[in-house]
Every structure is written in structure tokens, then in C-alpha cells.
Write a protein that binds this ligand. Structure first.
Ligand SMILES: Nc1ncnc2c1ncn2[C@@H]1O[C@H](COP(=O)(O)OP(=O)(O)OP(=O)(O)O)[C@@H](O)[C@H]1O
Length: 354
């Protein structure tokens, strides 16, 4: 059985502010398989970007990993020195693409120079070879006449093309994992679709797994294989995409789907989720969704420590509804109790239960 490309276990991230600690990511566990596009969704402020930045340890200065592991190959990214991470991982094994391409491109250098420098920083190749690779990377992301465009500056590209250039830089060293944080937000719909097609193409043809952070469940439906749903710093559900829309398990996933018109395939009426996500300086006890949840089934929802996850028909869910001890109406899953934190469903690995 092949190991996952990335394994995150019990990850905790805290920001320290003048007066408080913000628990932005709390005991999050998931795997990303080879060649998979794994989506992460959730309302604003639920910790998606923090989670993405933590994988490459690009957190703001006041952010800190306070627990857990991030396994990539033989490395634990959570424990590596920053120097080692910069040398071995960033831009070489794992690359990141952000929402605004302008934050990733330097306006004063040609994109050729930026591409070639990235390549030579990570790979031991001649300038000529790096130039060849740069042209190929631009061609791979669909930039017409790539050789001619090497000498252009970022402002000479449209917004969608700039994002393609950023993706070309991210791909130039053939990373095993690409993390894309809201890469299409702000682009018009047709360009959005092209960038999503590009991510699929990269995933299919470059042996690159993708983590796609988005608040848009329509985007997830279009390109992801599995999705992790984040709420208030917790990953509350991990499901295959073809399951989650028909049969969401966590009440938050269900409510989220009901509140989004374009992906709403359920028969019930469109509703807004009441209330707002909690202040992560002082999150609710028990399940963090319990104050907004319409399916509270036990006192444990309000007070229990809820590290367990339950498996049910292809999904992994962190909710007492699926715990026979807390919800007598629950008749149990055909998949057994499966207290596996990784959400891995199609190729369950052994020996990782806790
Ligand atoms: N540097 C920081 N210092 C303190 N708190 C922070 C910092 N960065 C983020 N946070 C807090 O961490 C929590 C998670 O934020 P994060 O940006 O990761 O969420 P998100 O789901 O990506 O939101 P969005 O979709 O709006 O980008 C929020 O409560 C946010 O206010």
C-alpha cells in the first residue's frame, strides 16, 4: 500500500496576541493521497489559511505550532528547522499559490528572471537548462508563445495570466504537493474555470497532489476528489466529494450546503446558518458547532472533549451523532467504529489508529 503524500496528525496552531491566545487550528488530522485534489472548505475565519500556511511554516510571526505532526515523506515539517525547510521543501517539494498573484510576483523583475531564479535556487542546473525549464513551465500552464513572454514584466500580463505565471513558478521544480489558497477568488468566472482546469491538469499529468483551500463548495464539486470541512479550527468532516453533496454527515456540512445556492442539490429550502463562527480566543466547550447546531444529541455535545472521529459510509466525521454511546438513535455504521483520524477511505492504512 502506498503511503499518503502528506499526513497531518493532531495539528494545533495558536496565535499569541497582546492579551489572548487564538486557537486557530485545533487537533486537525488528515491525509492527502498521491495524485489527489483535497479541498478544504469552511466559513471565513475557520482556520483554512492558517492550516495551509502551517504546512509550509509560513505563519505570521505571532503564530506557533503548539502540537502535532506534519509528515511529508520522511520529514516532519512541524519539527524541521526553518533553514532545512527552506532548503529542502519550500518551492521544491511543496509550493504554494495565493489568492492574489501580485503578492507572489516581484513587479520589478521579468517573469523569466523570477522563474529561472526559482529553478536555480532549488535545482542544480545551468542557466541554459533553467531557461529551458522556465519556457516549459510557462507552456505547461498555457501561456502562449512562452519563449517570447520570458522578458515581460508582471504588469504586462492580465490577472488570469498572472495567476498562471505564479502557478508556473510553483510547478517549475516539479513539487509533489501544491497548496492553492483561494487561487481563483477575484478572477472572473471564465478565467476561474480555466485556472481550475489547469489545477486538474497539473494533478493528472505532473504527479502533483493538490490542496485547494476555498470557501466555494461549487469549486470543490468541480475539481476535488475529497473534501475536509473546517469549522472554528476543527476539521469536522472528511468525505469523498461524490458523497458529501448527497449525504453530508456533520450538521455543519449539511448547513453549509443548504446555505449555498449554486451547489444546493438537496431538496430542502435554502437557509442561512444562524449565528456566526465563534471567537477563537474563547471557543465554545464541547463541539465548537454546538451553539449553532440543530442536531445536538447529548450533553457531551456541549461539554465533551471530542477528539474522536467516526466513520460512516465513506466519511470521517467528528460528531457525537455517530457515537452510539451518546446518541441512542444511532444504529452504527457498516464500517465499524473506525476511530481513525485520517479520513482515509479508499486505501485505509494500518497501524495509525490512536
Ligand atoms: N496573525 C494573526 N494573529 C492573531 N489571529 C490571527 C492571525 N491570523 C489569523 N488569525 C485568526 O485565526 C483565525 C483563523 O483565521 P484564518 O485566516 O486561518 O481563517 P480562514 O478560514 O482562512 O478565513 P478566510 O476564509 O477569511 O481567509 C481567525 O480567528 C483569525 O482572526
Amino acid at each position: 500500500m502506498t503511503s499518503p503524500r502528506l499526513s497531518v496528525r493532531d495539528l494545533q496552531v495558536t496565535y499569541t496576541t497582546k492579551h489572548d491566545a487564538v486557537h486557530a487550528v485545533d487537533r486537525v488530522s488528515f491525509d492527502v493521497q498521491n495524485d489527489e485534489i483535497f479541498g478544504i472548505v469552511g466559513e471565513s475565519g475557520c482556520g483554512k489559511s492558517t492550516l495551509a500556511s502551517t504546512i509550509l511554516r509560513l505563519l505570521d510571526d505571532n503564530g506557533e505550532i503548539t502540537g502535532g505532526e506534519i509528515r511529508y515523506g520522511d520529514w516532519d515539517l512541524a519539527a524541521m528547522s526553518d533553514r532545512e525547510l527552506a532548503r529542502q521543501i519550500r518551492g521544491r517539494e511543496i509550493s504554494m499559490v495565493f489568492q492574489d498573484p501580485n503578492t507572489s510576483l516581484d513587479p520589478v523583475y521579468t517573469i523569466g528572471r523570477q522563474l529561472i531564479e526559482t529553478i536555480r535556487q532549488h535545482l542544480d542546473v545551468s542557466k541554459q537548462e533553467a531557461r529551458k525549464r522556465a519556457i516549459q513551465s510557462l507552456a505547461d500552464v498555457g501561456i502562449p508563445s512562452p519563449e517570447d513572454r520570458l522578458d515581460d514584466y508582471p504588469h504586462q500580463f492580465s490577472g488570469g495570466m498572472r495567476q498562471r505565471v505564479v502557478i508556473a513558478i510553483a510547478l517549475s521544480c516539479n513539487p509533489g504537493l501544491l497548496i492553492a489558497d483561494e487561487p481563483t477568488t477575484g478572477l472572473d468566472v471564465s478565467i476561474q474555470a480555466q485556472i481550475l482546469d489547469l489545477l486538474e491538469d497539473i494533478n493528472d499529468n505532473h504527479d502533483t497532489s493538490v490542496i485547494l483551500i476555498t470557501h466555494d463548495l461549487g469549486v470543490v464539486a468541480e475539481v476535488c476528489d475529497r473534501v475536509g470541512v473546517m469549522y472554528a479550527g476543527n476539521l469536522v468532516e472528511i468525505s469523498p466529494v461524490d458523497v458529501v453533496y448527497d449525504d453530508p454527515k456533520h450538521p455543519y456540512t449539511e448547513d453549509l450546503l443548504r446555505s449555498i445556492p449554486e451547489t444546493h442539490e438537496m431538496k430542502s429550502e435554502l437557509t442561512v446558518i444562524k449565528g456566526t463562527p465563534p471567537d477563537l480566543r474563547d471557543p465554545p466547550s464541547g463541539c465548537r458547532y454546538h451553539p449553532r447546531c440543530t442536531k445536538v444529541c447529548s450533553d457531551a455535545c456541549e461539554t465533551g472533549d471530542i477528539p474522536q472521529v467516526y466513520r460512516e459510509n465513506g466519511s470521517t466525521v467528528r460528531c457525537y451523532l455517530y457515537d452510539p454511546a451518546e446518541n441512542p438513535e444511532y444504529e452504527g455504521s457498516t464500517e465499524g467504529d473506525g476511530e481513525r483520524p485520517d479520513g482515509q477511505l479508499e486505501h485505509p492504512e494500518g497501524g495509525e489508529q490512536r
